[in-house]
Design a binder for this molecule. Structure first.
Ligand code: ATP
Ligand code: MN
Length: 478
């Protein structure tokens, strides 16, 4: 089935056997005695060196073998003479599938900025950095499915199009087939959505949670792993307009079980990457070390692999929102007026506060619980005091919030009260409310932003660089 991958050829013992290698040229170097071509097919960060003798091929043919061109090479697999690789291919035949004119091909063998590479997102997977990120992204996605499958969860496919505007009102992308130049109107002059495709207003989902809960109320443990969409105009390094979210929902889980699961889950998937993505992680670690070379010693971060091992090996710090506010009130930056935003019980923590707790105070991942009800969603279970809810946010160094979750309110009366309180029409959520009417149960769940996880594992500073084709304000070209 198809040719051997370079990843496998590099692991093969050289016995002068005949091999066929297909891939894209990274570099070509000519010396007096030989022509060296480094080929890569994306199966690994490592290139295979294929070697020809001077004069073996016409100058005309060799001119078309340039960085970015695609080749089929036939030859003998031999032990490498040079340092840096154990095997190489002594070429007997070259077929050029496609050349890449060096005058035009933008990916020349030199350092390109990440900003520039974002403008050529169609080609950036051919770079070492992006191919490494994409392989790690794949490994993490696989580990997610493996983890939940092993733990008895079922993968539930929740809808991408939704008519419930319960969450994140105003942040949603509308889905419509109405003619925008000729909108049907009601007698009052409003847009008549009864004539729209679904007979009502519809949007792209911001979360699969509500439907996920319906699944948990039948299958006990489910998870979703799908795209979510937010039209928030946040031009930050941690927000995308389209991102992938992993949302487990579990019947019979209380907040503590939820925290245990979240912590175990992230540790296990990071461990999977540490075991299975060594070459790529090493490459990214060296890249980051290189980037930080000009920083003073005390401002440099831990090497990537050490940072990941640290997170896997140490328990996350767990504390309540109220305790966190106390720490922030006593903190140096607060006393010296260095925080941009004020601190006090009831505030929605901003990223500077979260980062202080994680990076300066505890120096490890933190799980904050029991937030004020006013700043959290209506479906979170009220605490006994009636002031806080059983929420949990997992905060990571360099990232901030990576997981948001809670124990869900299982009481029909209390949930209905909260729905009305925040001004949602209960009619819109009748199906969600009915789960509390028929066989309700304590249950919990959380949402993990997949790209924020990939960002953490790869050490990339900008979330736009850990998804193949990022969507953000004014950008959907590719
Ligand atoms: P934030 O405060 O960082 O905007 P949020 O409170 O809006 O996050 P939730 O609604 O709890 O986030 O979503 C669950 C998870 O989804 C977050 O913990 C985060 O990892 C991820 N997430 C949220 N919004 C985005 C986004 N725009 N792009 C990428 N990931 C996101
Ligand atoms: Mn948000």
């Amino acid at each position: 089935m198809g040719p051997l991958q370079i990843k496998d050829i590099l692991q093969t013992a050289p016995e002068n056997q005949s091999v066929v290698v297909k891939g894209w040229v990274r570099t070509k170097r000519e010396s007096k005695n030989a022509i060296f071509i480094a080929l890569n097919d994306g199966s690994t960060i490592n290139n295979i060196q294929v070697v020809a003798e001077p004069g073996q091929f016409s100058a005309e043919l060799l001119l078309t073998v340039t960085t970015g061109s695609c080749l089929k090479v036939t030859g003998e697999l031999i032990a490498s003479q040079g340092a840096g690789q154990t095997v190489e291919v002594k070429i007997s035949d070259i077929e050029v599938y496609g050349t890449a004119d060096p005058e035009e091909y933008p990916l020349q063998p030199k350092k390109h900025s990440l900003e520039f590479l974002r403008e050529i997102a169609h080609l950036r997977p051919r770079t070492n950095t992006f191919s490494a990120i994409l392989r790690i992204r794949h490994a993490l996605a696989f580990a997610v499915h493996q983890y939940f499958n092993d733990k008895g969860f079922f993968y539930l496919h929740t809808p991408v199009i939704t008519a419930s505007d319960a969450e994140g009102a105003g942040e949603m992308f509308r889905v419509t087939t109405l003619d925008l130049n000729n909108l049907p109107r009601t007698e009052e002059g409003a847009i008549n959505f009864k004539e729209d495709f679904f007979g009502r207003e519809a949007n792209l989902t911001v979360s699969g949670q509500l439907e996920g809960e319906l699944g948990a109320m039948a299958l006990s443990k489910i998870y979703t792993f799908g795209p979510t969409f937010r039209a928030e105009n946040s031009n930050t390094t941690r927000h995308l307009a389209e991102f992938w979210m992993i949302e487990p929902e579990m019947a019979f889980f209380e907040l503590e079980d939820n925290m245990d699961l979240a912590e175990d889950f992230v540790k296990k998937v990071i461990t999977y990457a540490l075991i299975n993505c060594k070459d790529d992680l090493n490459f990214l670690q060296n890249r980051l070390t290189e980037e930080e070379k000009n920083k003073p010693q005390n401002e440099r971060s831990l090497p990537l692999l050490e940072k990941l091992a640290f997170v896997v090996d140490n328990p996350f710090e767990r504390l309540t929102y109220t305790e966190a506010i106390d720490i922030l009130l006593k903190s140096k930056p607060h006393k010296e007026g260095k925080f941009q935003f004020p601190v006090g019980w009831g505030i929605d923590l901003s990223s500077e506060h979260e980062r202080y707790l994680v990076e300066k105070h505890f120096k490890k991942p933190v799980i904050l619980t029991n937030y004020p009800r006013e700043i959290k969603s209506f479906y979170m279970k009220l605490d006994e005091d009636g002031k806080t809810v059983r929420a949990m946010d997992v905060l990571f160094p360099g990232i901030g919030e990576i997981i948001g979750g809670s124990q869900r309110e299982e009481s029909y009366e209390k949930l209905l009260g909260r729905v009305k309180e925040i001004g949602i029409d209960p009619e819109n959520l009748w199906w969600y409310l009915e789960t509390r009417k028929f066989g309700t149960a304590p249950h919990s769940g959380f949402g993990l932003g997949f790209e924020r996880l990939v960002q953490f594992v790869t050490g990339m500073g900008n979330i736009r660089d850990v998804i193949p084709f990022p969507r953000y304000p004014k950008s959907a070209e590719f």
